[in-house]
Design a protein around this ligand. Structure first.
Ligand SMILES: Cc1cc2nc3c(=O)[nH]c(=O)nc-3n(C[C@H](O)[C@H](O)[C@H](O)COP(=O)(O)OP(=O)(O)OC[C@H]3O[C@@H](n4cnc5c(N)ncnc54)[C@H](O)[C@@H]3O)c2cc1C
Length: 422
């Protein structure tokens, strides 16, 4: 069985791993010269079931509306004449009821927990080095009011079994000594001891090295433009370097999945949500945070990766534009300097921006459409590093005709759309 995977981001390479294990002959196609060069390149690095809250919540419409008028928000909606953006937003708003937020969050959590277990198995099996740290993650709040709101939000995760420790400002500094000097900035925090962190790009590159030794073929620098089909089957992927035929196909193109999927009549509710990240050297510094976390008031995430500190922020609805200017990073650098004044060489930044493949529900999409041999693994949104290994296993199970090990309600193409429309 020859399976062709479209996309060598986190979803593509982890799916290649699972399928190779299941005995498929695998070819992976990507337009970039190296794996994980787009959204999986420089994300926040947090493997965070403890943060599996869905974005669509009863508070979200107000936050989105405010972003139309205030330019300095971490969340920014830029209205565009783009019907896909409008239909995505309508579906997002339908998911903002308390009931739907609860259902979607619990589904997301289940996938994140499962995916973390699969991730840990894969790391144990391969020994991939990815600057991983397994010491939990810290979510801090600047004032009592937001801490109270954070606790209320996290309660659903805690109720579902996620371990959490509620901290005052002293406790925050105990868990992360790099915050001792700036302890007064935080009213308190939530520590999730089972969360972890690491460099997703380094992991993906390490996995590709191992996949090559297992005979998986990679066609980098190759852009997918369409498909050849016969009846309800795809026979080949059309690329700028010729056609690649196969028995089965996996669509794992992140934010570009709906564009290419449309050529087969798929209507994937995935919209790009731009995020920004900056990476700073930390050699010789002793104020770098050891464990990753999020400043929940400023929506800035931090994560140490070996001798680097990664900061990320912002959710911008601005189509497929991935451009960035230094000014866009000023607020997150200010936040990081405030929390970790000695934490990094702030005057040596590497900037980056990319697109989260978001669904309105916050859960990904699996399964297939009219073409029976093209499988979907996309829409992991802001949590694809956390969800990757579980999503890959689910995809492999579905392709083998096995029931996935967790309930995939709301995540199967077609069925997910019907549930959202209800
Ligand atoms: C700022 C930021 C911070 C984040 N932080 C976290 C975090 O802390 N924790 C977490 O769990 N998740 C995080 N995420 C989310 C996570 O990074 C993504 O969900 C994940 O990387 C998506 O992986 P993917 O494989 O679906 O997409 P991608 O990594 O984008 O892979 C898709 C691949 O398809 C290729 N491609 C696209 N179109 C074509 C074509 N036509 N032909 C050939 N190849 C094509 C691209 O080159 C790319 O390699 C973050 C995302 C961002 C943007």
């Amino acid at each position: 069985m020859h399976t062709v995977i479209l996309g060598a981001g986190l979803m593509g390479v982890t799916t290649a791993w699972e399928l190779a294990k299941d005995g498929h002959q695998v070819t992976v196609i990507d337009r970039q010269p190296l794996p994980a060069s787009e959204t999986s390149f420089a994300n926040a690095g947090l493997v965070a079931p403890g943060h599996a809250l869905t974005w669509a919540s009863p508070r979200a419409p107000k936050i989105l509306l405010r972003s139309l008028f205030k330019k300095d928000q971490a969340l920014q909606l830029k209205l565009r004449a783009d019907p896909r953006m409008w239909s995505w937003c309508i579906r997002f708003l339908k998911n903002c009821t308390a009931d739907r937020a609860r259902t979607n969050t619990l589904r997301k959590l289940k996938l994140c927990v499962y995916a973390q277990q699969e991730f840990q198995k894969l790391v144990a099996e391969t020994g991939i080095e990815y600057d991983g740290v397994r010491k939990g993650l810290l979510y801090i709040y600047r004032d009592e009011q937001s801490l109270g709101r954070g606790l209320a939000n996290m309660e659903i995760l805690r109720g579902a079994g996620q371990r959490m420790e509620i901290l005052d400002s002293k406790g925050v500094a105990r868990v992360e000594p790099a915050l001792e000097a700036s302890r007064s900035r935080a009213a308190g925090g939530i520590y999730c001891p089972d969360d972890e962190q690491g460099d997703a790009n380094k992991f993906a590159v390490g996995l590709v090295d191992r996949l090559k030794t297992k005979g998986v073929a990679f066609r980098f620098g190759t852009t997918v433009t369409g498909f050849e089909t016969e009846g309800d089957r795809v026979t080949a992927v059309v690329t700028d370097k010729g056609s690649v035929s196969g028995d089965q196909f996996v669509l794992a193109l992140g934010s570009y999945s709906p564009i290419i999927g449309r050529k087969l009549g798929l209507a994937l509710p995935v919209y790009p949500v731009k995020g920004y990240s900056v990476t700073l050297p930390t050699e010789g510094r002793n104020g770098t945070p050891e464990i990753g976390g999020v400043d929940e008031n400023n929506l800035v995430a931090w994560c140490k990766m070996g001798q680097r500190l990664r900061l990320t922020s912002t959710a911008e609805f601005s189509g497929y534009d991935t451009s960035h200017t230094p000014a866009r990073f000023a607020a997150m650098l200010r936040t990081a300097r405030d929390l970790f004044p000695q934490g990094a060489e702030y005057d040596r930044p590497s900037y980056w921006a990319c697109l989260r493949p978001m669904t309105p529900e916050g859960t990904p999409i699996f399964g297939r459409g009219r073409h029976r041999n093209l499988w979907i693994n996309t829409g992991q949104g802001h949590m694809g590093w956390t969800m990757a290994c579980g999503s890959a296993r689910i995809t492999a199970d579905l392709m083998a005709g096995r029931d996935p090990e967790i309930d995939t309600a709301g995540m199967i193409y077609g069925k997910a759309a019907a549930a959202a429309a209800a």
